[in-house]
Design a protein around this ligand. Structure first.
Ligand code: IMP
Length: 183
């Protein structure tokens, strides 16, 4: 995808699917969910870059249990529009997760392949506990039986952008979630 102008950039935003207000309300519930899971125990909140950087920054400010943050950057390999389940770690976490109650913040669970591999990688490192919170869930596309412990929004089978999610690295900075035009 090549963006040549502001008009071109804006014309590819087909429609707003989830507004800023809806995201705010869902974040509050997600923060309460994490607080209730851990009941005052410290956690390590992990952002899986790049897609979850906005989500994790907002989620972290809704959590009241003591919270350390960690970042890892992964690349999922694709065949056409589907991820292959082959996840390459571009940047690993600095923390030793065996010392932590880990909460992974994901951007979207689509086929489920990326999350399956991530969860297996985390489990191999024996965290004290492991939970996954995903911003979006696209269950129609699932090929691996995989579910996050909490999904803020369940969405239809459409390619979405904004609030951290990209199309060819653009649109991550939109404050809402939108559907990408197919043209
Ligand atoms: P998976 O198919 O569940 O393995 O998802 C792999 C990755 O594909 C996600 O972590 C996203 O980065 C990306 N992805 C899947 N669906 C979308 C979408 O609708 N918009 C932007 N990225 C997506």
């Amino acid at each position: 995808m090549k963006i040549t102008s502001v008009e071109d950039y804006e014309s590819k935003i087909k429609k707003v699917l989830i507004t800023e207000e809806e995201i705010k309300a869902a974040l509050k519930k997600a923060g309460e969910f994490i607080d209730s899971l851990y009941d005052g125990r410290p956690i390590l909140l992990v952002s899986v870059l790049k897609g979850s950087f906005v989500f994790m920054a907002d989620l972290a400010r809704q959590v009241t249990v003591p919270c350390e943050i960690g970042f890892m950057c992964v690349k999922s390999y694709f065949e056409g529009t589907q991820s292959t389940g082959s996840v390459h770690i571009v940047m690993d976490l600095e923390q030793d997760v065996s010392n932590y109650h880990v909460v992974v913040a994901e951007d979207i669970v689509d086929t489920g392949r990326t999350l399956r591999q991530l969860v297996d990688m985390f489990k191999d490192k024996n965290p004290l506990s492991l939970h996954v919170i995903t911003l979006l869930d696209k269950p129609d596309r699932r090929v691996v039986d995989m579910k996050a412990d909490m999904s803020l929004f369940v969405i239809p089978d459409e390619f979405v952008i904004g609030y951290g999610l990209d199309a060819a690295e653009y649109y991550r900075t939109l404050p809402y979630i939108a559907v990408l035009s197919e043209e």
